[in-house]
Design a protein around this ligand. Sequence first.
Ligand code: HEM
Length: 328
Amino acid sequence: MTYALLSVLLLAAVGWAGGVVGNTSLLFAVIIPYAALAVFVLGFLFRAIGWSASPVPFCIPTTCGQQQSLPWIRQDRLGSPTSTPWVIGRMALEVLLFRSLWGNERVEIKGAGKLIFSPKRYLWLGGLLFHWSLAVILFRHLRFFTEPVLPGIAALQGLDGFFEIGVPVTYVSDVFILAAVTYLFARRALSPQMRVISLPADYFALFLIAAVLLSGVLMRHFFKTDVERVKEMAMGLVSFCPVVSAHPGAFFSIHLFLVSILVAYFPFSKLMHAAGVFLSPTRNLRNDSRMRRHVNPWDYPVKVHTYEEYEDEFREAMIEAGIPVEKK
Ligand code: HEM
């Protein structure tokens, strides 16, 4: 955990230096963001194509419900779908509402060896708040990258700042995402079981995301940046006519640099679960193994030695050793 934290602090320091040291705009505002994007696109394609090309010879969905079988047993169509529309439904609920996390359970031994199962939904709630808030924040950020600004962004911004707390207004998505990241960190750091299975990469991803969020929130509320210049820079980047001028502030430099690192790191990290969920055979296959015979397309003829042949070969020796035989 300490190394992960130090690495993120070091990266933030590099980003900060990029914003205050002279003549670094070309590197920090153009070269690094473009390089990060290129690594992201190529890395993402490389991993997604690699996964989609891996063989899935059998029907291996993990059933979370009753499969279609006898007419008098009710099928759980979402848990155990036999048709593509229901698979799409299962996938949509998984991606949009984290359906399988909803079924998360705590198992405890209580009293006189009683095994107790109870629903455990904090992770579901934390995960949902985190991902939906992130989606809202990223969508709102499109105001920097589009001209005229995409329809819907102003409305979402209004809704997100509905409570009109503070100047500039505090977004609900910012509060939710910071709370969710804090929970996700506490869950890992405070539980002894979670600490044992946590790797530096788990903390690094969390700290990096938290640092991006914190630098953004600090920039909005305390260390103001010139948003007009940010927009000019962002439009330059997306139109491939980059604007090279002094950075609009050290905090913006930290924010952009950390985002670049996050984007470049994404394809090689656990964050790729965003693509992996769609390629997961246990989620994207129909569970029709009782309706259709699945034959491994890569099966090759295997030379077998049947028991009959075995007995023919060793009958004398088996009788001599007192081993029972089928044919006398
Ligand atoms: C993974 C990507 C990113 C995340 C998670 C993120 C997150 C955030 C958050 C949480 C805020 C606080 C205020 C708000 O919610 O709008 C913020 C503000 C800000 N972000 Fe980002 N950001 C990302 C990418 C970028 C990029 C690529 C730019 C470059 C154009 C950028 C520029 C800004 C600016 C200028 C602000 C201050 C906005 C204001 O003062 O209203 N962000 N960011």
